[in-house]
Ligand binder design. Structure first.
Ligand SMILES: Cc1cc2nc3c(=O)[nH]c(=O)nc-3n(C[C@H](O)[C@H](O)[C@H](O)COP(=O)(O)OP(=O)(O)OC[C@H]3O[C@@H](n4cnc5c(N)ncnc54)[C@H](O)[C@@H]3O)c2cc1C
Length: 447
């Protein structure tokens, strides 16, 4: 155990930012408490693989407690943080209050429905393991219900899957759904043809992957079309009903609608009492601390900080990881009295490049001026993601799963668990609504 005088560091969140901060403090003369409402760390970049039945939850998650087993000065508490008392230096949780000398808040982000929260049950987003399992349930269930309906001799329901949002998550979901429909499920149904599933990707802006260069956006769109995805850019969704999506004056019947359009910072940001931006991210100082509280840091998706060129740092794992390590060093230096003066360096993000996957052998990669598309980009994506997965066991398992599914096209985690209800599908008769034939999309909005 640690002595009374040991500096206490509380880390809120065991995601990329929190884990890396706590790890970097593991050998420092401090007592670290990591608080997370979950008992596991989620490797979010592979959530879409769980949502599309390629991987199982345990392969992309790791118990936070076991990650810190070797670090005796780190304790893990599974609890929900509800607020802060910055004057008394306390973190409030649903159970009690935790005192701190330094606080690192790394509570991440969630979905934003731009004020249309009633769309959430109709169009789930992808942020947690639970979200991924719900998406997997809906996608697989749609094929089963359609098969049952067709086997009963009723008119075949056109299977339309709509993904809203053309950022990296929307693109990888749409591409992988197209692959499932055309390959993984082919030859397994007797009354329907899964290959006739329509995958529609709707993006409000003028191009998919807007944070990538224009040539890579174009390439991503081509690769999506090649996989059979219908892409609509500059297209805003105006309404989502059970079983339908409205856009550009059109009502498109949709068996499954997925939301990948908006991100909002954790509500804990506002509870710090510091200024926030429109997405609820805390406007931090250059050293990632909160104005007026040099002992409180906010990192990762919850922090808003611009780089030297005045561009907002993106909400990606490498930013959260580097920020976590940076604040840990600031705390270590302060505790070890390396810095006599309280002046601190500013955080500098080292951008090593961006990768977005689209589907089997389809991806884009941007490393500074080097832009790659297709198989080589996909290979880079594959190895980077295996390398950064937590735990040797998960790396090995994911590598084997991907190698197997590359050769066989199989997706091994095709389990439907929980409810057999699908929004818009007639629950009593288990058939699609009678008025669900697809209305033509006006020519002007087709690409
Ligand atoms: C589907 C998806 C795909 C992505 N793909 C990529 C990618 O390919 N490459 C990339 O670089 N980035 C990707 N990202 C973004 C990346 O995952 C995030 O930038 C990163 O996770 C941010 O780290 P963080 O530590 O700020 O937050 P998170 O990793 O989200 O961690 C936040 C933690 O805080 C906990 N928490 C939240 N609120 C509370 C509370 N009140 N009390 C206690 N605990 C709480 C949560 O349980 C969670 O463990 C993706 C994100 C998603 C959702």
């Amino acid at each position: 155990m640690t002595s009374e005088s040991t500096t206490r560091v509380v880390v809120v969140g065991g995601g990329f930012g929190g884990l890396n901060a706590a790890r970097a403090l593991a050998k420092a003369p401090v007592k670290v408490t990591v608080v997370d409402r979950k008992n596991f760390h989620t490797f979010q970049p592979l959530l879409y693989q769980v949502a599309t039945a390629g991987l199982s939850p345990g392969e992309i998650a790791a118990p936070i407690r076991s990650i810190f087993r070797p670090y005796k000065n780190v304790e893990v508490l599974m609890s929900e943080v509800t607020g802060f008392d910055l004057d008394r230096r306390m973190v409030r949780t649903v159970d009690n209050a935790l005192p701190y000398d330094y606080l690192i808040v790394a509570a991440g982000a969630t979905h934003s429905y731009f004020g249309q929260d009633e769309w959430e049950p109709l169009a789930p987003g992808l942020k947690t393991i639970e979200d991924a399992l719900e998406i997997r349930r809906r996608v697989l269930l749609a094929f089963e219900l359609a098969e049952r309906q067709a086997a009963a001799g009723e008119a075949e329901t056109p299977l339309n899957f709509v993904v809203v949002g053309g950022g990296p998550t929307g693109v990888e979901l749409a591409g992988t759904l197209a692959e499932i429909a055309r390959h993984a499920l082919a030859h397994e149904f007797r009354s329907i043809d899964p290959a006739r599933t329509h995958i529609v990707l709707l993006e409000g802006g003028p191009r998919v992957l807007p944070t990538y260069s224009e040539d890579l956006s174009r390439s991503a769109e081509e690769q999506l079309r090649h996989l059979g995805v219908e892409v609509h850019t500059s297209t805003m969704v105006t309404q989502i009903d059970p079983g339908a999506v409205h856009f550009a004056g059109t009502r498109l019947p949709a068996t499954v609608v997925l939301w990948a359009a908006g991100v909002a910072a954790s509500s804990l940001g506002k509870k710090l009492g510091a200024p926030t931006d429109r997405a609820g991210r805390v406007l931090v100082q250059p050293d990632l601390s909160v104005a007026g509280h040099p002992e409180v840091f906010v990192i990762g998706d919850l922090a808003a900080l611009k780089d030297e060129q005045g561009r907002m740092l993106p909400g990606v794992a490498p930013v959260a990881i580097q920020e976590g390590r940076f604040v840990a060093k600031v705390i270590r230096d302060a505790v070890q009295m390396k810095r006599i003066k309280p002046s601190r360096p500013a955080f500098h993000y080292w951008d090593k490049g961006s990768l977005a996957t689209i589907g089997r052998a389809a991806a884009v990669a941007q490393f500074g001026k080097i832009h790659i598309s297709g198989f080589m980009a996909w290979l880079s994506w594959l190895f980077v993601h295996i390398f950064f997965l937590i735990g040797f066991r998960n790396r090995l398992l994911v590598f084997i799963q991907w190698a197997w599914s590359y050769v066989t096209y199989e997706r091994g985690a095709r389990l439907i668990t929980g409810s057999t209800y699908l929004p818009g599908w007639n629950a009593s008769t288990q058939t699609a609504p009678a008025e669900s034939p697809r209305q033509e999309i006006p020519a002007g909005t087709r690409k």
